[in-house]
Design a protein around this ligand. Structure first.
Ligand SMILES: [Zn+2]
Length: 260
C-alpha cells in the first residue's frame, strides 16, 4: 500500500512540477541532486534550489561563453563536481535595413550602455521564492522563426549569439506570462524595443521584446497566463516577432529547456 501511495505521489508531483532535463552544455541547464542542502553556489553566486520529495535539486544555467570541462558547485554539505560538454550552434546571416541598428551612431551609445546596465541589474537579482513553476507554457502562439544560440552576422558583421528564441506571429498577437512572477522592468529600449522583464524568483528572469503594446505595470505581481503585451516590431527587428529570452543565475539559456 505504501509503495503505491509513494508511486501516486511521485506521479502527481512529476506532472505538477515537471522538471527540465539535464542539458550540461553552453546555453543549457545542469541539474544536480544536492541532498538536504538548502543552498548551492557556483562561482560564489547563488544558484536556484528547488525542493523535491526526497532531496533538493540545484538548477544551474550555463552561459554560452562557458567552456567545456569539469566544474564544481558548492553546497551546504560540501562541493559537487559536474562536467560541461561542448555544443556547436549554427551560423545565421541577417540583413538589417536600418544601418543605425547595425552600427549605432555615437549619440546612441550612451543610451545603449545605460539600457544594458538597467537590464543587467534585473538579470543579476536573486529574489528568494520557494514555489517556482519552471514548467513554462509558450508565451505566444506562432512559429519559432529563430532558435537560441545562433551565431549571428548582421549585414556580414559578427554579433553576439542569439540569446533567446523568436516567435513570429502577426502584429497584436497576445503575449502571456509563461509562469507566475513579478514585473521587474518595463521599457522602450534601443535594440529590444518595448520590453517586459519578469522575475520568477531565485535568479530566473524572462524577457519579452519588440512588443507593440505593454499590458502590465512595473512591480505588478502576475499569475501564469496573464496577458503581458502584444507582439510588435519595435526596436531592432526584421519583422513582427516576439524575442523571448530566459536568464538563470545571470546567464542567458535556451527557453526551450523550460518547455515541456
Ligand atoms: Zn531574437
Amino acid at each position: 500500500m505504501r509503495k503505491y501511495l509513494f508511486l501516486i505521489l511521485n506521479l502527481l508531483f512529476s506532472s505538477v512540477f515537471a522538471m527540465p532535463e539535464n542539458s550540461p552544455f553552453p546555453g543549457g541547464l545542469v541539474l544536480l541532486d544536492i541532498g538536504s542542502s538548502e543552498w548551492a553556489k557556483f562561482a560564489n553566486k547563488e544558484v536556484m534550489v528547488l525542493k523535491k520529495i526526497s532531496s533538493n535539486l540545484a538548477i544551474l544555467g550555463i552561459g554560452l561563453q562557458q567552456g567545456p570541462g569539469e566544474y564544481q558547485i558548492e553546497t551546504q554539505e560540501g562541493s559537487l563536481s559536474f562536467s560541461i560538454k561542448p555544443k556547436a550552434y549554427p551560423i545565421q546571416h541577417l540583413t538589417i535595413k536600418n544601418k543605425n541598428h547595425v552600427n549605432p551612431p555615437k549619440r546612441d551609445l550612451d543610451r545603449i550602455f545605460r539600457e544594458k546596465r538597467e537590464m543587467n541589474e534585473v538579470f543579476k537579482s536573486f529574489r528568494s521564492e520557494k514555489n517556482i513553476d519552471i514548467n513554462f507554457s509558450l508565451p505566444s502562439e506562432g512559429i519559432i522563426s529563430s532558435e537560441f544560440g545562433l551565431r549571428r552576422y548582421l549585414n556580414g558583421q559578427a554579433r553576439s549569439p542569439h540569446s533567446g528564441i523568436d516567435i513570429a506571429a502577426s502584429l497584436g498577437t497576445s503575449v502571456h506570462a509563461p509562469s507566475a512572477g513579478i514585473v521587474a522592468k518595463i521599457g522602450d529600449f534601443f535594440f529590444n524595443g518595448k520590453t517586459v522583464l519578469l522575475d520568477h524568483g531565485q535568479g530566473l528572469i524572462t524577457m519579452y521584446c519588440h512588443l507593440s503594446k505593454i499590458n502590465v505595470n512595473e512591480y505588478e505581481k502576475i499569475e501564469k497566463g496573464v496577458k503581458i503585451g502584444e507582439i510588435g516590431m519595435t526596436g531592432r527587428v526584421t519583422g513582427a516577432h516576439l524575442h523571448w529570452g530566459v536568464s538563470l543565475n545571470n546567464v542567458r539559456v535556451n527557453p526551450r529547456e523550460f518547455l515541456n
